[in-house]
Design a protein around this ligand. Sequence first.
Ligand SMILES: Cc1ncc(COP(=O)(O)O)c(C=O)c1O
Length: 442
Amino acid sequence: MSNRLNTTPNDLRAFWMPFTANRQFKKEPRLFVGAKDMHYTTHDGRQVLDATAGLWCVNAGHCRPKITEAIREQAGELDYAPAFQLGHPKAFELANRLVDIAPEGLNHVLYTNSGSESVDTALKVALAYHRVKGNGSRFRLIGRERGYHGVNFGGISVGGIVANRKMFGTLLTGVDHMPHTHQPGKNAFTRGEPEHGGDLASELERIVTLHDASTIAAVIVEPVAGSTGVLIPPKGYLQKLRDICTRHGILLIFDEVITGFGRMGTPFAAQYYGVTPDIMTTAKGLTNGVIPMGAVLVSSEIHDAFMSGPEHMIEFFHGYTYSGNPIAAAAGLATLETYKEEGLFDRARDMAPYWEDGLHSLKDLPNVIDIRNIGMIGAIELDPIAGEPTKRAFSAFLKAYENGLLIRTTGDIIAMSPPLIAEKHHIDEIFGKLREILKSNI
Ligand SMILES: Cc1ncc(COP(=O)(O)O)c(C=O)c1O
């Protein structure tokens, strides 16, 4: 019996698309066929202004020559090198360049291929670290409600988005969650860090009291939660988490998959907030989104704890066929050079106030119940249509696309994070178009 779907080359049925309303999409496809700098080109030949850097990843803008050329060259020179027991120079070079811009003390790099893999790698490092230190009873992992840490089993276990968890059985055991920090009643329309909610970090102390510190390996949070709709940490919150973790010998993991590489106007959010984690996960902007790659940075204390036993023995039983892949490493190096040469992190810092003003100018529009921002990140929360959650924001997304603007929605929240090359006129265009869309009573 044939298993063929009887498809033609351009048939849309075979590809089961990720995090997509597949049936809606396939009725009204939205395809990109080209991209340059701040714009996509659609299959029907229109230009779409990218207000989301793809999926929070194209921080230097699209099809940047240095990155494209590095990939082209590397593919012709060394396409693949086995990742286990062998290496190639660019993987080492990139690790050093990452350490150069990382918060002080994060001196070692493990490579992955995505944010989800970075998260699961970080959780495994944390568990194994305690074990090699003789503290194998520290098996618990603590996440946070509304956290997003990718889609693998570790990530959804510590994550706190119910739709991403409820279909998938028992997940990891020994996981607990802190409350999220979103308090729109108290903090609505805050510019930057909210005043209220810093004390929610004390909930970690309560969890420690419940389980005992001797059972807890690590706490993982996004410094700024992105995929759940942009939740900005209240003043003092992250420092408090840091203090509690330090006091109880618990590792603090920052998931910087979207906050890394200049999004906050600093290399990483850790530097923006002046709070250094023990482990940091990255991906996305590491290669400007062009080639799948992630990296997990760990402290020397953690790395060195594994460097014992006979020298011929593997120290950590973990890694991927594509860890530090040559083409990805070349893309990563060219990306970091582009960020540096064009001063894009500083540029993001300098542009952030203009971004903030533009965003908050939409406050008067119908159904807008909150606006929040930090660095080059912004969110507009809409009042859900009664009985039809997510529909209002999804309509805004579709209208924006028709009107030549790419935004992202999650629930009834519009989230934006433009490439860091955005000029003032791009920002004006983003908020001008959004004003018209939100005014039209979606
Ligand atoms: C904070 C965070 N962690 C992990 C991930 C997962 O990354 P990926 O989709 O590359 O697996 C994301 C993706 O948006 C993210 O925002």
